[in-house]
Write a new protein. Structure first.
Length: 384
């Protein structure tokens, strides 16, 4: 059995098939940014009674934050911190586990908005969330939410990511990722909460439902200060990529699960196929930030399959593009995920001495996701 197998850590940004996105590079000015501080197609803040006190801070500002912080920036030299500190304290607490109390009034949240865009097939971004509120606080239930929003009603058409004080994904240790003042605010209870693992960028990949692809709507990031205006939560964000014009059919790489064969990056709308001549070079590189998690690689002799025709779309929108009922389907470990814990990176040369083909997809166990897994892009090597 051929093994997709050890490397240097590769942090991969999905390929943007549309021009829009947000990496917060110049002309975004560092420091507190006005709604027009970046190119207008990038983002705006919701107008409201406190709209003059914007909530987006482009970093590093050179005073409070001088250099990279807790894994950011994940691309380029700048990133954004969005803080609920200027919210007006008018938000009711959401129910435990969400959803956010949409519609959100102007001035009630820290927010970052892509307004009036055609919704792409895939949306990805790097993020982290920090809250000084107490665990499982029903009254002061601060939240972080990313949604596709109907601009006419202000209501969510699809939730991409949500966290509040009832989430189970916080690190038990005290937060270490600072706000825009360069400090970690003291928590109201014992610790300030930070998404696990500490000081690490997380990545999110969302495959939009086919019914929403191409619809003109808003992509909105909000952090809400429930019930009061104190003990404000905040999030880091970078490398926002809006990819693909058609429905997402193929999984993209993410920080938690990346597979590259000869460095080839795939797309959400076409299979990733690497053609190599007999006797040529083929190298598979796997990387993930999920150190210590169970992992495996599924592989078949057969071709990759789209999500709508033989693939499997998981509850969180990730797509398995290996045909699981192909009689040649195998995993590295038997039973699956029974091998040693993931250690960060793997690299191996693949056989090219004769005619040969294999399809593979790297998957890790991740209990923080709705599906319980993180999947890389699937790649197919054809030696001809």
């Amino acid at each position: 059995m051929q093994r997709f197998l050890p490397l240097s850590l590769v942090v991969l940004m999905p390929v943007a098939l549309m021009a829009q996105g947000g990496d917060f590079e110049p002309p975004c000015p560092v420091g507190q940014a006005a709604p027009t501080g970046c190119p207008p197609e990038f983002w705006t803040t919701i107008p409201g009674p406190l709209s003059a006190m914007t909530t987006v801070f482009i970093e590093p500002d050179g005073t409070n934050i001088v250099g990279p912080t807790s894994g950011f920036p994940t691309t380029g030299s700048q990133w954004a911190i969005v803080n609920a500190a200027n919210g007006d304290g008018s938000l009711p607490p959401p129910p435990a586990g969400g959803p956010a109390p949409y519609p959100l009034a102007g001035g009630s949240t820290g927010n970052l908005i892509f307004a009036g865009i055609p919704i792409p097939a895939a949306i990805s971004f790097d993020w982290n969330y920090i809250s000084p509120e107490c665990v499982m606080d029903a009254l002061y239930n601060d939240f972080f939410t990313v949604d596709i929003i109907d601009p006419a009603t202000g209501m969510s058409l699809a939730n991409i990511l949500y966290r509040d004080t009832f989430s189970t994904t916080y690190d038990p240790a005290n937060a270490v990722t600072p706000d825009e003042t360069g400090t970690v605010p003291a928590g109201f209870c014992t610790t300030t909460l930070e998404e696990a693992p500490l000081a690490t960028a997380k990545s999110m990949l969302f495959s939009a439902p086919a019914a929403l692809v191409g619809m003109v709507a808003n992509l909105e990031f909000h952090v809400g200060n429930s019930t009061d205006a104190g003990f404000s939560s905040y999030f880091y964000v970078d490398n926002i990529v809006l990819a693909g014009g058609g429905a997402a059919e193929y999984q993209l790489n993410q920080l938690e699960a990346s597979l590259l064969v000869n460095g080839t990056v795939g797309s959400a709308t076409a299979p990733t196929i690497i053609n190599v001549s007999v006797g040529g070079t083929a190298t598979a590189v796997l990387s993930s930030t999920l150190i210590g998690n169970a992992w495996d690689v599924g592989q078949t002799v057969g071709p990759l399959v789209p999500g709508s025709a033989g693939g499997v779309t998981l509850p969180d929108g990730q797509i398995i593009n290996i045909d699981l009922i192909d009689p040649t389907f195998t995993t590295i470990y038997n039973p699956a995920f029974s091998g040693p814990a993931w250690q960060g990176s793997l690299s191996v040369g693949l056989p090219t001495g004769g005619l040969f083909s294999v399809s593979g997809q790297f998957v890790l166990v991740d209990p923080t996701t709705p599906s319980g897994f993180r999947a890389s892009q699937a790649s197919r090597l054809v030696v001809q």
